[in-house]
Design a binder for this molecule. Sequence first.
Ligand code: COA
Length: 333
Amino acid sequence: MRLFNTKILGTGSYLPERIVTNKDLSERIDTSHDWIVERTGIHQRRVADLSKGENPSGMAKEASLKAIEAANLTPNDIDLILVSATMPDQSMPNTASVLQEKLGITNLCPTLDVNAACSGWIYLVPMADAMIKTGLYKHILIVGSEMLSSFNNWDDRNTCILFGDACGAAVLGRASENEDSRIYSSILTCDSTKKDHLTLMAGGANKRITHEVLDKNEQWMTMNGQQIFKAAVTTMAAHAERVAREAELTLDQIDWFIPHQANLRIIEAVGTRFNIPASKVIVNVDRFANTSSASVPVALDEAIRDGRIKRGDNLLMAAFGAGLTAGAICLKY
Ligand code: COA
């Protein structure tokens, strides 16, 4: 069977207009700009406005149109839509179906939502790669669209400072024979022994949202920050080392490292363990905070559009999230 190499044909992103600064939060809860910057590196985050169409599918439409345009394609060239949304538009229909309609796609392409929390978009890359490699699909739209503000308890200083809303998208397709773009290596894992460190237990089949749930404030996410911090650093650094080794690339040959943007201290600790210079690490957590599965594709798109990432560069991307899911990809852009 003939195998194809997978190439990132185009990327796009969308950030909601509304900016919420640390100062804004400090007027509501017992925190300060300095505390948040010192512990997380975050200065501000974006928050979606439903009245402006900024829900997961709405943000995904804007990011996807940019990615499709960058790929020199039209929406009907997309033959599979995969969307990572930790909190989808609604349970049914899935967000990917709504996105198909919003993009004006009439070719009846299949649509699928996945939930691997902050690792969701990274999870989609090897899945799309396998389907492009084998020729099953030609142009796969992979989207991480996250509206964490919908389950972020704005009165809980332990969590609310960390998150923001955004969407990142990419179109993956076949590299032509004279191109060397490819996905070298990938790893996806889940350590369910740590699944209770980051949860949102109400709102699913086990626990419907009732007056009792609301009275107990159980409709929000809860987090054991220190446990997640440790797991994030060790797992992302180990995964990054492994995919670089499997790609047979030395650290010098890696042009850019794009880690999940959860906390600047996590990014720096991973960089130190992985031994990659800070000048090669893409960071935007200061401006956008943790946008879950949107964080890596947003950072990727930003660095492509501002000219830092160029065709032929070797990229290493890594993420972790609730589950605890994690993954890393090494590729030639
Ligand atoms: N402002 C001011 N003080 C705060 C605060 C805030 N926003 N949030 C917590 N504190 C307080 C705590 O109550 C605690 O006070 P105490 O010592 O009186 O009990 C103190 O600050 C230290 O809290 P601690 O939890 O030890 O801080 P930390 O250095 O671990 O930083 C996180 C907290 C959440 C920033 C950090 O653990 C983290 O980023 N973890 C990873 C979270 C993550 O990435 N989640 C998403 C995964 S995809």
